[in-house]
Design a protein around this ligand. Structure first.
Ligand code: ZN
Length: 277
């Protein structure tokens, strides 16, 4: 059974407006009203990026909005996890994802019977994240910003990923990494633009109060303190970290070179290290 036959994604509902949208929306819900409402909320976020951000010319991202939190438990994710961005899609272990996700991001080409990979990356939001429009907006915008980092600022994206691999004691929380700070700044900026600063402030206050986990509450406190009108420069914030940890990064590169199966490819690391000041 091809699960896509049963799904209405936005490539199907607006074929003329967007033959192949850079961010293709796949909203899952058994309730057609909820589905339509979430699709509208998603389109508003996507429109914001189209009007305010440089978009990649060729790379596309599949944006999947789950109807529940089943995938979160299958992936053994933190109970407070709201969404994820994964790239590249090719080579990803998709065994933990339900068949409909395979059909979207790795469909079988009927002519060649081989797996095709129409998207450079995939975004997934858990069902509970989509229950409020502001919650959906904050997380969707956060993950879209990661997609833009991956496509438009690849060396900085890779450096941040390598810094995460160091497990250095300097990095204690996600927002110690510049790609995560920038995603949070963008998310708040988009939500404030679409809903107004007051409603966003209320939403954040509720999340802090809910205290799903201690780390989650700290994360929301960090977001609360962001002044989204202050520009954040990903390069300026990443470069000092690379300089400070260059020795460890070189060692990591060497280890990767010795291990052909290392998760991060050799070419990407050497390219990135040489292009960083
Ligand atoms: Zn993130």
């Amino acid at each position: 059974m091809n699960y896509l036959d049963d799904m209405r994604d936005d490539e199907g509902i607006e074929p003329q407006a967007a033959e192949k949208p850079w961010a293709a929306l796949y909203v899952q819900s058994d309730d057609c009203n909820i589905k339509a409402h979430r699709e509208e909320a998603c389109v508003r976020v996507r429109d914001y990026f189209e009007q305010n951000c440089p978009l990649p010319e060729e790379s596309r991202v599949a944006c999947i909005f789950a109807k529940d939190d089943c995938i979160k438990s299958q992936l053994n994710r933190d109970v407070a996890a709201r969404g994820l961005f994964l790239a590249p899609v090719e080579g990803l272990d998709l065994t933990c994802f339900p068949p409909y996700v395979h059909d979207i991001v790795a469909p079988i080409d009927q002519r060649t019977s081989e797996c095709a990979f129409p998207y450079a990356g995939m975004i997934l939001l858990h069902g509970s994240t989509c229950e409020t429009d502001i919650g959906l907006t904050l997380t969707f915008a956060h993950e879209l910003q990661h997609f833009l980092q991956y496509t438009n600022a690849k060396p900085l994206w890779v450096m941040n990923k390598l810094l995460m691999c160091l497990h250095n004691e300097e990095f204690k929380v996600w927002w110690d990494f510049p790609v995560e700070v920038e995603a949070r700044v963008t998310a708040k900026k988009v939500a404030e633009c679409l809903f107004g600063a007051e409603l966003v402030r209320e939403h954040i206050k509720e999340k802090i109060k809910a205290r799903i986990t201690c780390d989650d509450a700290k994360d929301w406190e960090f977001v609360q303190g962001i002044v989204s009108s202050v520009p954040y420069n990903l390069g300026d914030c990443t470069r000092p970290l690379v300089r400070r940890h260059r020795r460890q990064l070189d060692e990591l590169r060497q280890r990767c070179q010795e291990d052909a199966d290392a998760a991060v490819s050799r070419s990407k690391i050497s390219l990135t290290l040489t292009s960083m000041p």
